[in-house]
Design a protein around this ligand. Structure first.
Ligand code: PMP
Length: 390
């Protein structure tokens, strides 16, 4: 059937991948032991690619909150808030997110992916322009596509290129949405947000920052890069996820602009999907409370991140430009990367294998994400596994 012919190339690529050893896209975690350890294919594995930055997935307060919600409110909401109604937990979580960010409005979405789709597609319509950093996440690209605005990419982390493109837009600069991330998910580098915010202010554009990887990681209170560099007042909207430092699933958008509340009534990815389950909302609320009251988790995370970054750097790995809880070792070829990934798995260390096009220049990334939950001994095992790669 011709319709299915398009899968032929994919099927061949998959066969080649399987021939090279374990299947990196079909790793089954048979049993979780903790936030940083699991049994995978019958063997103990240290999880070094979870995005579980604060290690909260097994925190007793998160688990208790989820359990109580499960018992009192059931397993799911079974529909969208527009149709089925809003659970009290959704409203409470939105209030708590707005308070945490010290803004007026927050909306909760079912995933971070949907938060980007929902916000970007509603905010930027056919007459508007989106200027996005070329390295932005797929959910940002998809949200742009859905909204029908003119989409222009600027060079990754290059404020001069952004400035040039805004200048060219003339009057239309005030109808432009600038999109960047706090910490970029592949190489762990940060946006030059102070420069970008100043440019945005100068042109009267609108700035959206996806803090998926920086919530709970950066800033004195854990609010992310905008807090860290002191530009929160210049950021119009912050998008984020519950699936990383908060250890659950779901997404959100917060803003000091009251119009955010209206996005709810026009956003298809908000309206036409089931709202987050009560247990997910409850564990997220508990995790947000822990994130905002226990800065020691963030300090532990950074100590471990800086340690692992330095150790891998000393071993000669080509890493992203700065220490961060996302630490990616660049490997020049796809085949080389797969072989090294297999060796790490053999030694009981699981990292993310990132292949082209997600990895730059046709290469491959062995992407680690550090967690506050990693023990010193686990970090040592991760280092030793990398040191033994040949
Ligand atoms: N934005 C960024 C920058 C991300 O890295 C991710 C997830 N990898 C998302 C959004 C989507 O988040 P979620 O997993 O909650 O859909």
């Amino acid at each position: 059937m011709p319709l299915f012919q398009k899968f032929e190339a994919l099927s061949q690529a998959r066969k080649a991948l399987l021939a090279s050893g374990a299947d990196p896209f079909n790793v089954v975690l048979d049993r979780m032991i903790s936030s940083t350890e699991a049994i995978v294919n019958g063997r103990n594995m240290i999880l070094a690619g979870t995005n579980n930055y604060l290690g909260l997935t097994f925190h007793p307060e998160c688990i208790d909150a989820a359990r109580v919600a499960l018992e009192e409110q059931g397993t799911g909401t079974t529909g969208s808030r527009m149709a089925n109604g809003t659970f009290a937990g959704h409203v409470a979580l939105e209030r708590e997110l707005a308070d945490f960010y010290q803004v007026g409005s927050a909306i909760v979405f079912s995933t971070g992916y949907l938060a980007n789709l929902g916000v970007l597609s509603t905010l930027a319509g056919p007459d508007d322009v989106i200027l996005l950093d070329a390295d932005c996440h797929a959910s940002i690209y998809d949200g742009c596509r859905m909204g029908e605005a003119e989409v222009i990419r600027f060079r990754h982390n290059d404020p001069t290129d952004l400035d040039k493109r805004l200048r060219r837009l003339g009057e239309r600069a005030t109808r432009t949405l600038i999109l960047v991330e706090g910490i970029y998910s592949m190489l762990g580098d940060r946006a030059p947000l102070a420069d970008i915010a100043a440019i945005k202010d100068r042109y009267g554009a609108c700035l959206v920052v996806d803090e998926a990887h920086s919530l709970g990681v950066l800033g004195e209170h854990g609010r992310g890069l905008a807090e860290e560099v002191g530009v929160e007042k210049s950021v119009d909207l912050i998008v984020g996820t519950f699936s990383k430092s908060l250890g659950a699933t779901g997404g959100f958008c917060v803003s000091r602009r009251p119009e955010l509340d209206l996005i709810r009534y026009a956003s298809r990815p908000y309206i036409f999907t089931a709202s987050p389950s009560p247990s997910v909302v409850a564990s997220t609320r508990a995790a947000l409370h822990i994130l905002s009251t226990q800065p020691q988790l963030r300090h532990r995370l950074w100590k471990s991140a800086e340690y692992l970054y330095q150790r891998l750097k000393d071993m000669g790995f080509a890493l992203g430009p700065e220490p961060s809880p996302v630490i990616a070792a660049l490997v020049e070829t796809k085949e080389g990367g797969i072989a090294l990934w297999n060796q790490l798995v053999e030694q009981g260390v699981y990292v993310n294998l990132i292949l082209p096009p997600a990895a730059p220049n046709g290469g491959c990334l062995l992407r680690c994400s550090v967690s506050a939950g990693h023990t010193d001994a686990q970090l040592e095992t991760i280092c030793q596994a990398f040191a033994s790669l040949s």
